[in-house]
Design a protein around this ligand. Structure first.
Ligand code: AMP
Length: 281
């Protein structure tokens, strides 16, 4: 497995055989089974697989969150080598954003609500680094997790609008046995908070069951979700949303598909989770 920092060397390896198809999995490291599910699908669908590991300062609107973000490069590299990954890019912040860097990619409307509203500047950082990754690797396919549902919608929009010549593959959310969505941030939860963090999944399950039983009113579904989370002392809801999966505009009634998504602080750890639902009524 090639592990490189410098873009020139990465490009050399990438283009050794121009006929080979490349799949790219962008990550911020501290890998878990969620990341590995993307890597495994990329392995199946491409001749070569590249992974980037970069905790991107530009997408953190909170410097404490950036500092506390868990990191363990050697462990990550061991995991990726075991999966048979071909190339890992581990740039330093100075390499990704050299002196005098001043070009950013901004997707407009769909970055405004939800994560965009609560984390100003977050998506500008995401789309800028992802556009750079697409340019550097020039992959045929790129792999993203449904866990970050708004990120998927935003990057899809960017790839279409800027004519990136690649296929975007979205993988389902991988969960712990008890339902908690896997996340690098889970490592920061105390044992008690880890238990309380299950309220996100329980709230989503309740929402799904309500939709399946015919409830279409977003207000009723959100109220039921709040009833599950609010009694938990360590948990503080940042937002709960029921929105159109493509435009991310809030809906009052679920007709056909909807994205139910949420961000909840458990102690000081901000967790997100979501589910796509379909109303048959
Ligand atoms: P991150 O390192 O958190 O930036 O995540 C890198 C990629 O892995 C993103 O496309 C995420 O959506 C995806 N990912 C993170 N957690 C999960 C999960 N539990 N299941 C599936 N994909 C995930």
């Amino acid at each position: 497995m090639n592990v490189v920092e410098h873009i020139e060397l990465l490009r050399k390896i990438r283009w050794q055989n121009p006929l080979e198809n490349w799949g790219l999995v962008p990550t911020m490291g501290f890998l878990h089974e969620g990341h590995l599910s993307l890597v495994r699908l990329a392995k199946m669908e491409n001749d070569r697989v590249g992974v980037s590991i970069f905790v991107n300062p530009a997408q953190f609107n909170n410097s404490a969150d950036l500092e506390k973000y868990p990191r363990n490069l050697q462990r990550d590299l061991d995991m990726l080598a075991a999966e048979g990954v071909d190339l890992v890019w581990t740039p330093t912040p100075e390499m990704a954003y050299p002196d005098n860097f001043q070009t950013y990619v901004n997707v407009e409307d769909i970055t405004q609500p939800l994560e965009g509203e609560k984390r100003p500047g977050h998506f500008r950082g995401v789309t800028t680094i992802v556009a750079k990754l697409f340019n550097v690797f020039q992959p045929q396919r790129v792999y993203f997790g449904q866990k970050d549902a708004q990120q998927v919608a935003v990057i899809r929009r960017m790839a279409t609008d800027l004519n990136f010549n690649l296929e975007m593959v979205v993988c389902p959310t991988v969960r712990e046995a008890d339902g908690l969505a896997m996340s690098s941030r889970n490592a920061r939860l105390s044992p008690e908070a880890r238990q309380d963090a299950l309220c996100l999944y329980r709230a989503l399950q309740t929402a799904e069951a309500l939709v399946q039983s015919g409830e279409q009113r977003a207000s009723k579904i959100i109220a039921a979700m709040r009833e599950i989370i609010e009694p938990i002392e360590r948990a503080n809801i940042d937002y709960i949303s029921i929105a159109d999966p493509e435009t991310l505009a809030e809906v009052a009634e679920i007709r056909q598909h909807a994205l139910i998504s949420m961000a909840v602080f458990v102690d000081d750890v901000r967790l997100i989770d979501n589910v796509l639902v379909e109303s048959k009524f």
